[in-house]
Design a protein around this ligand. Structure first.
Ligand code: NDP
Length: 329
């Protein structure tokens, strides 16, 4: 079998040197274990942080050890009561063609509800992130203006649609005209901004004449600065991510304190993992919106295990609309 290990810690943007493919032998199953064949591998921006040797909310990946993250897999052999051959599961698994793990570390997916890949997207970690960050921290009200950055990505595209369901006016910021077109025509965003071709400050003035009540922050940097200058009194800012800085070699901010005081705004970082006890509630609500056609989800799929590093790098070039996945099999 094949797996991908962290060959070297990247300095700045990851390169071909960052990853190494290795062959390995699958271990024998022990009682309580299952053998799994990977079907879909999720690539996620937070994984870049784990490639650094720095203390954070999750442990760094170890050099020469497999990289791991969200994977949807099929059971090919089982020595566990709860799972049988053919079942489809999701879990935090090695980037590998096959793995052997304790059955209790994975969760069985109901294949009837939606395509299995959604367990890594709208009905999985990224959907939960949008749901809790927007609703718990952003708390959008009807008629308010909600701005979301990385709006065509996995989290951002769900955030914008939930904000619309809640009756807000939604402005999305993304990096290509095709993405803007998709946000407006397919997902119902009210206004869109291409941060690569437009002056972000002018574009925000044009699209947010009444100021900004909720900013769902995915990117940080200059985009974040420009939005934070336009916060209305008592605005809320769920701080989900700051991808523009993930490959940066030096610290770039933040410079927000006086802006928060002037607007009496609330800015709060959050981790989707803290909402574990409420995942069921979110999965049910998201699933219902999907089945009612109120929530669309897009996926960008790279085909083949050999494309995993390319897919990961694609997150930083904006190669994806919606959730970026690798279809292994
Ligand atoms: P996305 O699907 O949104 O992919 C990343 C997108 O970011 C790209 O498609 C690209 O789109 C955009 N982007 C990349 N580089 C830049 C840049 N320098 N400036 C502006 N935009 C950029 O990924 P996710 O939805 O998985 O994640 C979105 C954010 O949410 C990330 O910051 C991530 O770390 C965070 N996150 C946080 C969680 C939490 O618990 N707090 C959980 C999950 C995700 P474009 O073409 O528009 O540039």
């Amino acid at each position: 079998e094949q797996r991908i290990v962290l060959a070297a810690r990247p300095n700045g943007k990851p390169t071909g040197e960052t990853f190494r493919y290795e062959s390995f032998e699958l271990t024998e199953l022990k009682e309580g274990q299952v053998a799994l064949e990977s079907l879909y591998i999720s690539v996620d921006p937070y994984m870049r942080g784990r490639m650094n040797d720095a203390r954070s909310y999750s442990q760094p990946f170890e050099i020469d050890e497999p990289i791991h993250g969200g994977v949807v897999a099929r059971v090919i052999e089982s020595k566990s009561e709860g799972l049988k051959s053919g079942d489809v599961v999701v879990g935090m698994l090695d980037w590998a063609t096959k793995v052997v793990v304790d059955a209790k570390t994975v969760r069985k997916i109901d294949e009837q509800i939606a395509p299995i890949s959604t367990a890594l997207g709208v009905l999985g970690m990224t959907g939960m992130t949008a749901y809790f960050g927007l609703l718990d921290i952003g708390n959008p009200q009807p008629g308010e203006t909600v701005v979301v950055s990385a709006a065509a990505g996995a989290v951002g595209s769900i955030v914008g649609q939930i904000a619309k369901i809640k009756g807000a006016r939604v402005v999305g910021i993304a990096g290509s005209d095709e993405k803007l077109q998709h946000l407006k025509a397919d997902l119902g965003f009210d206004e869109v901004i291409n941060y690569k071709t437009e002056d972000i400050r002018e574009a925000l003035d044009r699209t947010c004449p009444d100021g900004i009540d909720v900013y769902f922050e995915n990117v940080g940097g200059e985009i974040g600065d420009a939005v934070l200058d336009r916060l209305n009194p008592f605005a809320r800012v769920p701080v989900c991510g700051a991808i523009s800085g993930y490959n940066a070699q030096q610290d770039i901010g933040p410079r927000v304190q006086s802006k928060l005081i002037i607007a009496r705004a609330r800015m709060q970082g959050f981790l989707v993992g803290d909402y574990g006890k409420r995942f069921k509630e979110a999965a049910e609500q998201l699933g219902q919106w999907v089945s009612e056609g109120k929530l669309q989800y897009e996926e960008t799929i790279f085909e083949g295990f050999d494309r995993v590093p390319d897919a990961f790098l694609g997150l930083f070039d904006g190669s994806n609309t919606g959730k970026l996945l690798v279809k292994v099999k």
